[in-house]
Ligand binder design. Structure first.
Ligand code: GUN
Length: 283
């Protein structure tokens, strides 16, 4: 079974659009997401354009603020502080990566944790690890929603996560643990990685290496969630961290790239914006 994240994301967006129309009647304004883009890296421009389009599709107010890559850290911080104070702004997302002269961690810490729709602020990260209410990062949340929507039981399963980043590997591992899976966190330097991945009933891969997971690394019936977005060095086309063609006949469920986890990440950004908006409205 190939899970189309695209179809599920469309369903989520339809539901959110209906909710937004109700919130507008109840609270007198729609959720407002502000995306800040520094510089003009083509991949970042494309992501930011997608986020604005998704926001408008579900009826949000969407603002994109573009700044040249010569902006100083202080100027960017001043802009974020202004947005933090603005009662008409519910979500703030600063597109990463940032130019080298700007500290990403300082920027992430400056965004109010209540408007941090990425779920990257240390208070939101801490909330996840302490099982408190907070904003959960979009990609990990999207992976769990995809598993749920595909009807895959998580409880009691052996899950292996390849990748230990703050953005995907670690939070997705925590979410799987909270759902009572038994989780092994591996990485590209794990010894005898294939022995470990072959034990996985659920395999999540987020290391950013094209077609890293080959058919001989997985067992029959595995559920594979491929979070990678890479360029295939041979064809130049988008591909995941998993050799899709090689693995698809062994897997019971697999996500394609593009069209698998990516669209759900985008849908979760919309969900997070609504959560931030509702918390602000119900204060
Ligand atoms: N750059 C690539 N992915 C992301 C993301 O999810 N959030 C932000 N802020 N920047 C990114």
């Amino acid at each position: 079974m190939i899970i189309s994240g695209k179809e599920l994301a469309t369903e989520v967006k339809q539901r959110l659009a209906a909710e937004v129309a109700e919130y507008d009647k109840k609270y007198g304004r729609v959720p407002h997401l502000v995306v800040v883009l520094v510089g003009n890296d083509p991949a970042s421009v494309s992501y930011v354009t997608g986020k604005a389009k998704d926001s408008e599709e579900v009826g949000f107010k969407s603002t994109t603020i573009k700044k040249p890559d010569t902006i100083s850290e202080e100027e960017l911080i001043a802009l974020i502080e202004e947005l933090n104070e603005d009662k008409e702004v519910d979500g703030i997302l600063v597109q990463l990566p940032l130019p080298k002269h700007i500290s990403e961690s300082r920027i992430i810490e400056t965004i109010s944790h209540e408007k941090d729709v990425d779920g990257f602020h240390p208070l939101n990260v801490a909330a996840l690890w302490q099982k408190q209410e907070g904003v959960v990062a979009c990609t990990p949340k999207g992976v769990i929603e995809l598993l749920d929507k595909a009807g895959i039981e998580i409880e009691g399963k052996r899950a292996v996560v390849i990748g230990r980043s703050n953005i995907v590997g670690l939070p997705v591992s925590k979410l799987l643990l909270d759902r009572n899976a038994t989780v092994t966190i591996a990485h590209s330097r794990t010894k005898n990685l294939a022995e470990i991945t072959r034990q996985a009933e659920i395999l999540v891969v987020a290391i950013g290496r094209p077609k890293f997971v080959k058919a001989d690394m997985v067992s029959e019936g595995v559920v594979i969630m491929d979070v990678g977005v890479n360029r295939d060095p041979e064809t130049g086309k988008l591909c995941g961290d998993v050799d899709f063609e090689g693995c698809k006949d062994k897997a019971s469920v697999i996500t394609p790239v593009p069209g698998g986890c990516g669209p759900m990440t985008r849908a979760c950004l919309l969900e997070n914006t609504i959560e931030c908006y509702l918390r602000q409205m119900n204060k």
